[in-house]
Design a protein around this ligand. Structure first.
Ligand SMILES: [Zn+2]
Length: 211
């Protein structure tokens, strides 16, 4: 399993190197969210500056089952209607969605390696994100979306979402590709929010990178 370490400075580097020696794949992500370095037991292997992304899950292991359970718990505790693994520091293509926000536990959708098959229509609605607490903006999204994803039994399933469910699928799949909802806003609005976030980070209010 890939472990993400936030902070590419000295402490992040030392922690990352220790985890890599212990046999983990490690992603180092810095505070500005534009610098990612991958390490494994062979040392520093990849370095890129294109934001944090996720890698596909190869098999359903007890680690993946635990990750999904923890993510569902975190999403419900927030409370939120969706959560992507890279929001909790794991750079794997896993997301959970529950548009009932915990009211109907059977309606939790687990999306492993999800991909959008087709989308249609569009509508605008207010959207927020657990990675950007306190910010919400009107975002235009498709009103119907078909997604293909693996479930916890390792089966590929086709899921159809309308309205809020289509929005949640899109929002979470965006996360897994390193995109936040603010990428859908005008450059002016995006800059405004980014500046506020940077201010909070400088003030020490946030120490995790929003991904
Ligand atoms: Zn989000």
């Amino acid at each position: 399993m890939t472990i993400t370490v936030f902070g590419a400075g000295a402490i992040g580097g030392i922690t990352g190197a220790a985890l890599a020696r212990a046999g983990h794949d490690v992603l180092l992500v810095d505070k500005a969210a534009d610098h990612v370095a991958a390490m494994n037991a062979g040392g520093l292997t990849v370095e890129r500056r294109d934001g944090a992304e996720t890698v596909a899950v190869r098999a359903i292991t007890p680690d993946i089952e635990r990750l999904v359970r923890d993510m569902i718990e975190t999403m419900h505790a927030a409370p939120g209607v969706g959560l992507a693994a890279n929001q909790v520091g794991v750079a794997l293509s896993v997301a959970v969605v529950d548009i009932t926000a915990g009211e109907k536990p059977d309606e939790v959708q687990v999306l492993i390696n999800p991909r959008i098959v087709e989308c249609s229509g569009s509508y605008a609605d207010e959207e927020g994100c657990l990675s950007l607490p306190g910010f919400s903006e009107s975002v235009t999204r498709p009103d119907r979306c078909v997604v293909e994803a693996m479930d916890l039994d390792g089966r590929i399933r086709t899921l159809e979402g309308r309205d809020l469910l289509a929005r949640a699928f899109n929002h979470e799949i965006d996360h897994l590709r390193g995109r936040l909802f603010i990428e859908h806003l005008s450059p002016l609005k995006r800059r405004f929010i980014k500046r506020k976030v940077q201010k909070k980070m400088r003030a020490g209010d946030w120490d995790l990178v929003p991904v």
